[in-house]
Design a binder for this molecule. Sequence first.
Ligand code: SF4
Ligand code: SF4
Length: 328
Amino acid sequence: MNLPAKVKVAFYWNASCGGCEEAIVDLGEDLFKVLEAVDIVFWPVALDFKLEDVERLSDGEIDVAFINGGIRFSEHEKVVKLLRRKSKIVVAYGSCAHLGGIPGLANLWTKASIMDYVYLKAPSVVNESKTLPKEITQTDAGDLELPAFLDALKPLGQVIDVDYYVPGCPPTPNVTLKAIETLLSGKLPPKGAVLGASARALCDTCPLNETKPEKLAIKEFRRPHTFIPDPKKCLLAQGLLCLGPVTRGGCEAKCIKANMPCTGCFGPLDNVLDFGARALSFIASIIDQRDEEGIKKALGPIIDLVGQVYKFSLPSCPLRGLIKRKEV
Ligand code: SF4
Ligand code: SF4
């Protein structure tokens, strides 16, 4: 696909923390180079665009739409479907759009129990009248409408057709820049490719890789807050659950350099369907215990195993429809 000299670009966010919007600004001086090459036609976080500005565009008039965040509200669905229609290329930008991200862990609970906890039961909530948000509230001035809270969070690709993915929570400046350069070059990779990151595991390029033992044998995992790890030694070898061996590389080992284990925000390698299952099978392969008691002991310090292995990807799990959802 040949892109025009001045590429029309849109940015939008759905259910996310805002870090992916910050990541665009984190390009620093390179942002000015990007701005020279593009014409921003929609970026509600930073510029005063309205939805009508997008509606007025012809179908396919936006060259690239970068969409971050998962889809949790009816408004998200509406806007991303509109952006899909108006855009030649849609990029799912960041972990939440790519795989569901951290907000996707809420899919372990029913929609009703999330509302119940957030508005009634959370320790910091004072709500004596037990008011819950309603989609329609009638007032003397007319009906007030709120977007509907959907049954579960979905990554972008489960709602609209996505052309490319940019991984990370959030994507690093280098990854973002490489992805933009690829898109502007006009030499587009096959549809569905992950842009800007590496095809190799993070572990392969980790500065601590040479200290990683050939064979790992963990008797018992350790929690990061219980000791200060040796910054010159593989964190996994020190008992910290580092998911670098099963995570896509390209982040420049940001967490490892801060003496923290990788929790997998860049997602799975090519051809891995389910990051959590891959992570679990990796964990099983390095536990040096033989019986059930021993395995329980090894995993004991991992308080929330699902939250660890599916931290960024629960809504993408192929078995998601079978998960029995919890009540608070
Ligand atoms: S610290 Fe993590 S990413 Fe680095 S070598 Fe060890 S297991 Fe691999
Ligand atoms: S080390 Fe892991 S969790 Fe940290 S930024 Fe890189 S991929 Fe993400």
